[in-house]
Structures are given as structure tokens and as C-alpha cells.
Design a protein around this ligand. Structure first.
Ligand code: ATP
Length: 350
């Protein structure tokens, strides 16, 4: 394969007997990008990754590496490094031998010897000095770094990571996430990362694709996806959100008046999107941090149900009529009746 490492999936469909795992997935992943596939269990993330790797072949559609169709090109000729959830290290081999195994089917780059390459990689993943240990003498995070070093050994064009941190505890996950990101940035290797953890996806990615039911709901930078969710699914899956369903009752300037069960809200999401006319149904969302206690605009009265102290903020669940809203604020609120409101510009039309 060439060294141009942009990836393209065009209309990829994958069916297993009567299960449609992927239903027309189209993605453009740029060279050097850290790209994440995120979505709930069963949405097709792993199948997408395995299709890129050549471990599955699409029922329909095309996968291209550097513009070239890779149909029929076996995994070992695709120049991909793969790290799976369960480390898959060889238990009776030392760390050095495990990393060197990554060079079994490919020579080290730049005319290096296997020994030199392994030393460099252990240095890269901060495991110098642990080369003679066996995997069971390492922590989970260290084992996963060995797996990463092994995948990177032949200097692949593309690095594929399938839930590599899901077996680790929360603190270790955050540490490893920073290390993976640093290594990826240092090497500039095109990376596709699979996770069901939306917070991890926001933290680590240059761009992400949010998937649901075998389809891509939205592709964007973490900020775009968080601030401008394209669909109700994305609005609810990525971060927390409050969804309001109502009907349009009027317009003025750039704003839209929406009635939600008799309460009128004015929203102006600045997107220039002026959905429908009077009486049209409309759904908008407001993030928990944008619902403010005592705000003047878009006031509504709620009854606080539960409070969760999170450290820098407290998350409150409150009843508004027969629905639950969630809001977050650094301030303590003791009473159970509160007036909430939000800026028209903080509402996002879905
Ligand atoms: P998870 O986070 O649980 O790993 P995922 O998003 O990675 O989920 P996939 O593993 O890609 O999802 O699976 C997508 C769908 O395809 C699921 O309904 C799954 O049951 C089905 N599927 C995946 N692999 C196979 C297979 N080999 N045979 C039959 N069905 C499969």
C-alpha cells in the first residue's frame, strides 16, 4: 500500500444473515486525523472498524485507502495496526518479545534492527525498563501500552483501536487516554478509535462520528457535535440534554416562539434555520448548564427532585409538569420550588 493514509468508506452496507450491522456508512477520514466512532452497544462501531481492517468485507459499498479501493486486499497487506479491548498479549513471552511479534510479518521501518525498533517503541509508550517482564507482571494500562507498541511496530499507515480502555478503571482510562493521544499526535498516524463512551470520544478526538443502528447520525469536531447536535439521538447521546417538543406559535426577527404544553418559549438558535410555519411541530434542546436558576428569559417553575453533588457543580433533577428536566450549577439550592430559564440563544433546534 502507499503511504497516503486517508480513509474513505462509501455507502458501506454489511449484513450478517438477517442482521443489518451497517446500513450505508459513508465516512471521510483525513490523513493524520484522530477519528472516533462512538455510539451505543450494537450500533455497528466494531463492524465498521473490522471492515476498514479487512477482517470483514462489505456486502455493498467501497473502502478506500489513499484513494485506492482495497476490496480483496487482505488485512496483513493493508498497513493497519490493530489494538483490541482484551490486550491479546502472549502470556509466556516477555514484553520485548510481544512487541517484536508486531514485526513478524513486516520489517522495521527506516532500516532499523528489530532490537532498535522495540527499544524505541518501549520508550514511546513509557515502558523502557520493563522489557523483560511478562504480561502478568504488568498492570492493565501497561499491558495495553504493550499492545499499542506491538501494533505500531511496523509503522502502519493506519492505527485501529477497538475499545482499548474499556477494561481499565476510570482513572487509569484518563491517564492512558492522554498517553494514546500524545503518541498519536507525535507519530501523526491516521487513527480510528472505537468507544461507547461519549465523554471519552469528546476528549480524545479531532473529529467523531456518532452512530446509531448501523448508520452515521453526525460527523463533526467534538465542539460541533456537542454544541450543534444534528438529531435528537445525538442531542441525547452526547452529553446530557433537555428535549422540549412543542409547536411554533409565532416569529419575530430571528426568533421563533414555541409553545410547549401551554408554556411559551422564545428560541433563537442562530443557525438561520427557520423551521416550518405556524402550528408546525418543533423540537429543541437546552443543555443542563444553560438552564439557569432565576433567569429572566423563558422562565418556568420546577420542583427539585434530587441533587447530586459532583464537586465543581451540582446536578439537579427537577419535575416540570409531568417531565423531568436536568440542570447543573455550581450554586447550592435548598428549596424545592425554583424558577428556571434559559437564553433564547442557548436553545438548539433539532
Ligand atoms: P459493541 O459496543 O457492543 O461492541 P458495536 O457498536 O461495536 O457494539 P457491532 O459489534 O459492530 O456493534 O455489531 C453491530 C450489529 O451487528 C449487532 O446487532 C451485532 O449483533 C451484529 N453482528 C456483529 N457481528 C456479527 C456476526 N459476526 N454475526 C452476526 N451478527 C453480527
Amino acid at each position: 500500500m502507499g503511504s497516503v493514509a486517508d480513509l474513505e468508506l462509501a455507502g458501506v452496507r454489511k449484513a450478517f444473515a438477517d442482521t443489518v450491522a451497517l446500513d450505508g456508512v459513508t465516512l471521510d477520514i483525513a490523513e493524520g486525523e484522530f477519528f472516533t466512532l462512538v455510539g451505543p452497544s450494537g450500533c455497528g462501531k466494531t463492524t465498521t472498524l473490522r471492515t476498514i481492517a479487512g477482517l470483514e468485507s462489505p456486502t455493498e459499498g467501497t473502502v478506500r485507502f489513499g484513494g485506492a479501493d482495497v476490496a480483496g486486499v487482505p488485512t496483513e497487506e493493508r498497513d493497519v495496526g490493530i489494538v483490541f479491548q482484551n490486550y491479546a498479549l502472549f502470556p509466556h513471552m516477555s514484553v520485548r518479545e510481544n512487541v517484536a511479534y508486531g514485526l513478524k510479518f513486516a520489517d522495521p521501518p527506516d532500516g532499523q534492527s528489530v532490537d532498535e525498533r522495540v527499544t524505541d517503541l518501549l520508550d514511546l509508550v513509557d515502558l523502557s525498563g520493563m522489557g523483560d517482564r511478562e504480561p502478568d507482571q504488568l498492570s492493565g494500562g501497561q499491558q495495553q501500552r504493550v499492545a499499542l507498541a506491538r501494533a505500531l511496530a511496523p509503522a502502519p499507515d493506519v492505527l485501529l483501536l477497538d475499545e482499548p480502555m474499556s477494561a481499565l478503571d476510570a482513572r487509569l482510562r484518563e491517564t492512558l487516554r492522554r498517553q494514546v493521544k500524545r503518541i498519536q499526535t507525535e507519530l501523526g498516524v491516521t487513527t480510528v478509535y472505537v468507544t461507547h463512551d461519549q465523554a471519552e470520544a469528546l476528549a480524545i478526538s479531532d473529529r467523531l462520528a456518532v452512530m446509531s443502528d448501523g448508520a452515521v447520525e453526525q460527523v463533526g469536531t467534538p465542539r460541533e457535535v456537542y454544541e450543534r447536535p444534528a438529531t435528537e439521538f445525538v442531542a441525547s447521546f452526547v452529553g446530557e440534554n433537555n428535549l422540549f417538543r412543542g409547536e411554533v406559535v409565532g416569529r419575530d426577527g430571528d426568533g421563533t416562539a414555541v409553545s410547549v404544553d401551554g408554556t411559551e418559549f422564545r428560541i433563537d438558535d442562530g443557525s438561520g434555520d427557520r423551521p416550518g410555519g405556524a402550528n408546525d411541530r418543533l423540537t429543541f434542546c437546552v443543555r443542563p448548564e444553560d438552564l439557569r436558576v432565576g433567569a429572566d428569559a423563558n422562565r418556568f417553575e420546577v420542583a427539585v427532585d434530587t441533587a447530586e453533588f459532583l464537586g465543581e457543580t451540582t446536578r439537579y433533577y427537577a419535575e416540570w409538569g409531568d417531565r423531568t428536566v436536568v440542570f447543573r450549577t455550581p450554586d447550592a439550592h435548598d428549596g424545592d420550588a425554583l424558577s428556571l430559564g434559559f437564553d433564547p440563544g442557548d436553545a438548539r433546534v433539532l
